[in-house]
Design a protein around this ligand. Structure first.
Ligand SMILES: [Zn+2]
Length: 266
């Protein structure tokens, strides 16, 4: 998981989206807003809706590689995910900053599960089935939000053996809890992801070897750019970031990056 740069929305789309949100906000009671938010989102989040067509295109621009999920980077991101669940936060149903493209597995796994930080602790605010529809306890989200935080400030990806995400060593207690919570909620260490990250590591490494070889053989700037572009648009960009970040700890990477220092800015 990496920080996602916001490509922005054009003024017209942003205005219509705000109009949708006002329709939710104008419903009097909180339970009414929850119901209206769900109903209207289902109505507007369609491929035939012009505004959501633009929203989806902008979310695709925000994705890594070939429109990969903003959480796991593995599967295609094609579901408009509410970072803050719409069941709990109807005031965020049509808020652009609350969206990202997620895959079905991440979105489905997270579902309405949510926790906030309150009085220095993580508190689960997930609404259980058939529970009364009340506002969740106030507090900052526990889930690390790749739209406004840098996940690499919270996680290290182990890139020599296991390819698991772990909380960084130097975190405060609450940030460590947030990191664990995010890994568990999104199942960021599911088996298929570990395998995919291992493969991505091999592919990045092979491309970097190839780049060094071709460069040393005198390949043209254009040919080299094709190779560097291929690295920058590959799947699992977190693996690449971690290869750069942890290069001094891994012998083969230390040598490769010291031969190809330009790759540190890719
Ligand atoms: Zn995913």
């Amino acid at each position: 998981m990496l920080h996602l740069d916001d490509p922005g929305l054009d003024a017209t789309t942003a205005r219509v989206l705000r109009g949708y949100q006002r329709r939710v906000d104008n419903v009097g009671s909180y339970p009414g807003q929850v119901a209206a938010g769900k109903r209207l989102f289902e109505r507007y989040n369609r491929r035939t809706n012009r505004v959501f067509k633009v929203v989806r295109t902008s979310l695709a621009d925000m994705c890594a590689g070939a429109r990969r999920c903003g959480y796991c980077e593995d599967s295609v991101g094609d579901e408009v995910e509410h970072i803050k669940p719409k069941d709990l936060y109807p005031q965020k149903v049509f808020v652009w900053e609350n969206y990202l493209f997620a895959c079905g597995q991440c979105n489905g796994g997270k579902n309405n599960r949510f926790s906030v930080i309150s009085r220095g602790r993580l508190r689960d605010v997930t609404r259980r089935r058939n529970a009364p529809v009340r506002r969740p306890r106030a507090g900052a989200p526990a889930l690390i939000n790749p739209r406004d935080e840098d996940p690499l400030g919270f996680f290290d990806l182990e890139i020599t053996e296991t390819f698991v995400f772990l909380p960084r060593m130097d975190l405060s207690e609450i940030d460590e809890q947030r990191a664990h919570y995010t890994i568990d909620t999104l199942k960021l260490n599911r088996d298929v992801l570990l395998e995919a990250r291992r493969e991505a590591y091999g592919a990045y490494r092979a491309r970097l070897f190839e780049y060094r070889q071709r460069r040393d053989d005198g390949a043209s700037g254009t040919a080299l750019r094709i190779l560097s572009d291929a690295i920058m648009t590959s799947a699992h960009p977190t693996v690449w970031r971690e290869m750069q970040r942890q290069r001094s700890l891994v012998g083969e990477l230390r040598d490769l990056f010291s031969d190809v220092p330009e790759a540190l800015s890719w």
